[in-house]
Design a protein around this ligand. Structure first.
Ligand code: BMA
Length: 826
């Protein structure tokens, strides 16, 4: 087997549609893998689409037809030799031609394509072109054929098998990419090729790991071939006379693969070799390598006294899924390197997450993504790519869906991190709850994919892991978003009601909930150059894609904090409110474990500089929300929650050891006078939550505006207030700070003379590369805390790190605008 990539010498031309003058007749250098927008940017003929309002000027590109072309040298096929041209991914509507012969047509970004080129490959120079027709025009034509169906956004993304968010989303740009987005290569062979290798990995009751390697061969002749599967020093062989075979390998006493926080992630290399002849000494004809891990996974959905749980069980252990939703990490997918994914997944792990949900408006994630998650122990829930829309179940879509599902299930099946296949994102509530049914007039809407086609494919190709028809989903005839049954998406908060209403429901598993905020200051101001930049300046609004996004930000802020008029204050206040909202949701959900068995924040990441729900922005900088998530997902959590109308302490222990500690609780004034003290022993069993009633004297303040309840153990702490920030008489300048240079950056020691809530260091304002080790730290009067700032920048004025716009806290926002009478109320 000889595999040669065809990645050199590519050019791009605009060959149809509204070609602008500056492109007419031009041939630009092109990257493969890559996409047209990136090539135009590299050639300097368009501005970066993420800058300011550039995206809006690039609409013409959606109607242009592009041609990628290259030449490569090859030898003419020998008699009996097989020669194939393979495209791992074409985005999307393509005509592939070699030396003027049409090899085939493509219309699905989620598949690979393989063409037999024996008849058309030349000795010497070969001309390869891929013409990419406008995906938008194709989708509109297809919609004309299949009938219009509802979707959440204007373009008919539901009529083409292309990443849905390529056509714009409420956090992403409408930049419809076109290109060869995965590797291209020539494969030559003359005996046998491994077409598909599908290892099904299970663990037997006695601890033996079992791998059933399902194989498909393509052969150039009728001979019998030997296939060898090897793992951990063990080898099994099988002689194959047909096109398919299964060979099983057993690993006694297999070391179990565990999710992060539960144990280690041992991975075993599996090598599958087909030999070129019948003799064991023959050379390998083809080799496929996979890395597997031994673990079992189920989702417990056995009805209980409340309804239907949705609890992941890995290696027999029930777990609370702490995580977030994952969108494509860059709208231009080919820029998402393995290193970038690793940094993002590491951020998730550092924020105490153990699960990521790959959302259905994006892609079947890449091998790099899954490799990284396998290594880190991050559980992955993979949606099939259907989102917020009705989908036709007729041809040609149906065959495309079947082909892509088969291919991607086979590609991903070996990864231990993958723990759930999910049919779609929100298409079931779209049918049941969004009032879209009327327009259907009996037409198909995709249900058959989620209840028949996809489950049948999984039953055949991957019976080893659970499947959910959709997210959210409730079984039977129940409304899909029923809190007592299955998964739930919690969007009333953000869209309509205050974030304290997260507590109105006790979902069995909250698969989406979130709140917006702008990106970090450095990211915002790198990409948006409005003079002045404000929350309503044109560039800012262009990057705010959510329906009434700013309206929701203000409605969400007002009950808690005054809405600042100064933009930098507003930026910090909205970031703080995002953090508070999501943290309240997480703590509520965790406090109900095991009734609630998961909280997946919408959304971990961004695909461009956006005002969005993300915790980490498009330049990889964590927003304050990130630190709030890290605290709220801490293995040991203290939280005060209303139970029967009374603030009640809940201690959550997400470790395998019992949590025994001394609790010290004080009701104190912001100025530091202790009004009540309580000390109690705490014992929380492993992986459980315990409730503790607090005595009245801790809960009944003399003055609601200037007292706080602080509850601590050696390794956890929570703060409970008796009023909203806007009604609290904080000291507006409670902190003193000293900044010191240390190895790798700076250290800021802050001292609180009066209670200081949610202290952050917005260090990116001073050094764009700066990363702070913690944020949203609250200090009682008299306390000291040290922030560590990692940066390669040498600051001319280190004191800038303690500047008024950098070292911030809630006190200033709460006090600066309306609460000017703080002194009189203390
Ligand atoms: C959910 C997601 C996305 C969307 C997000 C924010 O519905 O599934 O479709 O981006 O809410 O509105």
């Amino acid at each position: 087997m000889m595999r040669t990539t065809v990645h050199d010498g590519w050019h791009l031309a605009a060959v149809g549609g509204p070609v602008p003058d500056f492109l007419a007749g031009r041939l630009l250098p092109a990257q493969v893998p890559g996409s047209a927008h990136l090539d135009l940017m590299a050639a300097g003929v368009i501005t970066d689409p993420y800058l300011d309002r550039t995206e809006a000027d690039l609409g013409w590109a959606h109607r242009v037809d592009w041609r990628y072309s290259t030449t490569f040298q090859a030898e003419a096929p020998r008699p009996g030799e097989r020669v194939e041209l393979v495209f791992d991914g074409i985005d999307t509507v393509g005509i592939v031609e070699l030396n003027g012969h049409v090899l085939g047509h493509t219309a699905n970004m989620h598949r690979s394509y393989r063409f037999d080129v024996r008849e058309v490959l030349h000795e010497g120079r070969n001309d390869l072109t891929v013409t990419l027709k406008s995906a938008l025009t194709y989708a509109e034509d297809m919609e004309g054929r299949l009938g219009r169906r509802q979707r959440a956004y204007p373009h008919p993304y539901n009529s083409i098998r292309k990443m849905a968010c390529s056509f714009g989303w409420d956090w992403g740009p409408d930049l419809q990419t076109a290109g060869l987005w995965k590797p291209v290569r020539l494969e030559r062979w003359d005996t046998v090729r491994l077409v598909r290798v599908r290892p099904l990995v299970t663990v037997l009751a006695d601890g033996t790991g079992r791998i059933d390697v399902n194989l498909e061969l393509d052969r150039a002749d009728d001979r019998a071939y030997t296939v060898v599967a090897a793992v951990d020093g063990r080898e099994e062989r099988v002689t194959v006379t047909g096109d398919t075979a299964t060979v099983s390998v057993y690993v006694p006493n297999a070391r179990l693969w565990w999710p992060v926080g539960y144990g280690e992630q041992p991975l075993y290399d599996l090598t599958v070799t087909v030999l070129s002849g019948g003799d064991p000494a023959d050379d390998p004809a083809d080799v496929v390598r996979r890395r597997v891990g031994f673990r079992t996974v189920t989702v417990d959905t056995d009805p209980d006294e409340i309804g239907t749980p949705f609890t992941f069980v890995v290696n027999g252990k029930q777990l609370f899924a702490k995580g977030a939703n994952w969108i494509p990490d860059d709208h231009f997918l080919t820029r998402v390197t393995r290193e970038r994914i690793a940094r993002r997944v590491d951020q998730a792990v550092k924020a105490n997450m153990n699960m990521l949900r790959v959302w259905g408006g994006g892609i079947y994630e890449t091998d790099d993504f899954y490799d990284v998650c396998d290594e880190r122990g991050v559980l992955v829930w993979q949606d099939f790519p259907f989102a917020c829309a009705f989908y036709a179940e007729e041809e040609p879509l149906r065959s495309e869906v079947e082909a892509e599902a088969r291919e991607n299930v086979t590609r991903l099946v070996a990864h231990p991190s993958l723990v759930l296949w999910n049919g779609n994102n929100e298409n079931l509530p779209a049918y049941h709850d969004w009032g879209w049914q009327e327009d259907l007039q009996g037409r198909s809407w995709g249900l058959g994919y989620y209840t028949d086609l996809v489950p049948a494919i999984l039953a055949e190709l991957d019976p080893t892991r659970p499947y959910a028809p959709g997210s959210p989903y409730s079984p039977g005839d129940l409304p899909p978003n029923d809190p007592d049954h299955g998964t739930r998406h919690e969007w009333d908060v953000w869209n309509a009601v205050d974030y304290t209403h997260y507590r109105d429901h006790i979902p069995r598993f909250c698969a989406e909930f979130g709140f917006q905020a702008p990106p970090t200051w450095a990211t915002l101001t790198r990409w948006i150059h409005d003079e002045p930049i404000t929350s309503t300046s044109p560039g800012f609004l262009h990057h705010q894609k959510a329906h009434d996004g700013n309206g929701n930000l203000h409605r969400g802020l007002a009950p808690h904090l005054p809405v600042p008029t100064d933009f930098e204050d507003w930026h910090w206040a909205t970031q703080l409110n995002q953090a508070r909202a999501v943290a309240l949701g997480i703590e509520h959900f965790r406090s109900w474990w095991p009734r609630t068995a998961g909280a997946l924040v919408w959304q971990l990441n961004d695909c461009w500089p956006a005002i969005s729900w993300s915790a980490v922005d498009s330049e990889e900088r964590p927003k304050p929300l990130y630190y709030a998530i890290k605290h709220a997902f801490a293995p040991r959590l203290l939280t005060v929650q209303p139970r029967a109308g009374r603030p009640t302490l809940i201690a959550v222990n997400d470790l395998d050891e019992p949590w025994t500690a001394e609790i010290v609780a004080t009701r104190q004034t912001f100025a530091g006078s202790i009004r009540a003290v309580g000390e109690f022993p705490l014992t929380v069993a492993p992986r459980s939550a315990t409730r503790l009633d607090l005595p009245d004297d801790l809960l009944k303040p003399v003055d609601v505006s200037s007292e706080v309840l602080v509850v601590s153990t050696a390794d956890a702490r929570t703060h409970h207030f008796f009023a909203e920030d806007r009604d609290l008489a904080y000291h507006p300048v409670p902190l003193t700070a000293t900044v010191d240079r240390v190895t790798g950056g700076y250290r800021i020691e802050v001292h609180a003379a009066s209670y200081t809530r949610d202290i952050v260091v917005l260090a990116d304002k001073v050094a764009p590369d700066a990363i702070v080790d913690d944020m949203l730290v609250s200090l009682a009067a008299g306390e000291t805390f040290t922030f560590h700032i990692h940066t390669a920048t040498t600051l001319p004025h280190p004191a800038a790190l303690a500047g008024a716009q950098v070292l911030r806290h809630a006190n200033t926002i709460a006090v600066s605008t309306t609460n000017t009478d703080w002194r009189s109320r203390r």
